[in-house]
Design a protein around this ligand. Sequence first.
Ligand code: NAP
Length: 162
Amino acid sequence: MKKIVIAAVARNGVIGRSNGEMPWHSEKEFQHFKNTTLGFPIIMGRKTFESLGSPLKGRLNIVLTNNKELNNRYKDIITFDKLSDAYFFCEEKKYEKIFLIGGGSLFPQLINDADEMVISIMDFSAEGDIYFPKIDEKVWNIKTKDKRNGFEIIYYVRKEIK
Ligand SMILES: NC(=O)c1ccc[n+]([C@@H]2O[C@H](COP(=O)([O-])OP(=O)(O)OC[C@H]3O[C@@H](n4cnc5c(N)ncnc54)[C@H](OP(=O)(O)O)[C@@H]3O)[C@@H](O)[C@H]2O)c1
């Protein structure tokens, strides 16, 4: 099962605001996110889930939280209080791939776990206080780049350990 980080990152590294707001709205980038993740589980932190407003359709929404009540409050989500339990659940269900969608508090861990990353670099800097971690060139190879209107998608694969 492939673990794939997916994120949209402003030129200055910003991905969000701690008040839950998304610093920009790009319909095209969101469409790319949708096309890429549709049909596969998405794993996210509780604050990212709340910033979405409702579960994303056509995908299994897995939310990490220590709040056991969350499962009762929303239909159509599964919660875990441990990332490893969420991975185990998806392994058992034999998903070919799962997407790790953030947010800020989780990305440092998620990029350690990921086999691949799909990162949209937006054509602008943004105001915010939540950042994507630095991508270590010693760990990641760029497989392809895909220039779109308003952003560029960079596909990373983890370097093999020799
Ligand atoms: N640009 C992008 O691609 C992108 C992607 C995703 C999110 N974002 C932005 O990022 C922001 C949200 O990020 P954030 O850092 O504030 O919050 P977050 O990482 O989405 O969620 C944090 C919460 O997740 C739960 N959590 C995190 N790690 C956990 C673990 N190991 N075990 C169990 N629960 C865990 C905790 O929930 P409880 O407090 O309930 O226990 C924690 O308070 C928003 O602004 C969002 O728009 C941007």
